[in-house]
Write a protein that binds this ligand. Structure first.
Ligand code: NAD
Length: 264
């Protein structure tokens, strides 16, 4: 197969099923010739991820829970042993206790605040630090964020705070690794129906609001996020780093509902 990712090898973290944003990204990368390794969190998800990996001709599928740093190290060791180098990573991991993805942000507990930050934000830094030495010829790192980082979205609460820190991490990591030719970017995706998305209270109402009020009058798909990720992970974006790239049908540029919505 030929394509713009031909000869490139990358690690995709965060496929849970065929609705996952990471799966949309994987399909776009594989269609352009990328060779992929996958991680999964726990045996139940492993059973779903292995057949998906096979669909894109990958048998390189490893368990990894980012709360257990030894499992992250084991993934990096396995890549080092099998491939010796890495061209890109996709970090599409997020978690918060769904009981705190509703109600007041102010009610967030210390325990869930820390856990959300470690899984949804700090894991990207830990993975980047471990993968950078495998990117001797340069590389690209990508994470997923959401508009709730800079705007108040009902119920997004502590995830919004974690995403703000994640976006700041993108900028600091871009500065750290830029001199080595490693680019670090994020896609800020509009709301999509996924396992993680379903954990946010009133997700359906938020999707509908975006669909009615985004300039393109629709919500985005995992395939649309995938093709934008392809750009950010390929040499097409060789001059881009530290960027938060919105793939949200333009919702982030609006400051009020459409007149059609208001008149209803
Ligand atoms: P998803 O449920 O398909 O993916 C979330 C992934 O995070 C799962 O694969 C899960 O296993 C993984 N994960 C959670 N805790 C983990 C841990 N401790 N160790 C390892 N992996 C862990 O949902 P998704 O919507 O595809 O989410 C992917 C990313 O996109 C997340 O960062 C999410 O915040 C972000 N995002 C989602 C939306 C949306 O509306 N769905 C919008 C913008 C950004």
């Amino acid at each position: 197969m030929t394509g713009i990712m031909q000869g490139k090898r990358g690690l995709v973290m965060g496929v849970a099923n065929n609705h996952s944003i990471a799966w949309g990204i994987s399909k776009a990368l594989a269609a352009q010739g990328a060779e992929l390794a996958f991680t999964y969190q726990g045996d139940a998800l492993g059973k779903r991820v292995k057949p998906l990996a096979a669909e894109v001709s990958s048998d390189f599928v490893l368990p990894c829970d980012v709360e257990d740093i030894a499992s992250v190290d084991a993934v990096v060791d396995a890549i080092s042993e099998r491939w010796g180098k890495l061209d890109f990573i996709v970090h599409a991991i997020g978690f918060s206790d769904k009981n705190e993805l509703k109600g007041l942000y102010a009610d967030t507990t210390r325990e869930n605040f820390s856990r959300t930050m470690v899984i949804s934000c700090f894991s990207f830094t830990e993975i980047a630090k471990r993968c950078a030495p495998l990117m001797e010829d340069g590389g690209a790192m990508l994470t997923l964020t959401y508009n709730g980082s800079t705007r108040v979205i009902p119920n997004y609460n502590v995830m919004g705070v974690a995403k703000a820190a994640l976006e700041a991490s993108v900028r600091y990591l871009a500065a750290d690794y830029g001199p080595r030719g490693i680019r670090v970017n994020a896609i800020s995706a509009g709301p999509i129906r996924t396992l993680a998305g379903a954990g946010i209270s009133d997700a359906r109402a938020i999707l509908s609001w975006n669909q009615r009020n985004a300039p393109l009058r629709k919500t985005v798909t995992i395939d649309q996020v995938g093709s934008s990720a392809l750009y950010l992970l390929s040499d097409l974006s060789s001059g881009v780093t530290g960027e938060i790239h919105f793939v949200d049908a333009g919702f982030n540029v609006t400051s009020m509902p459409t007149l059609e919505t208001l008149r209803k």
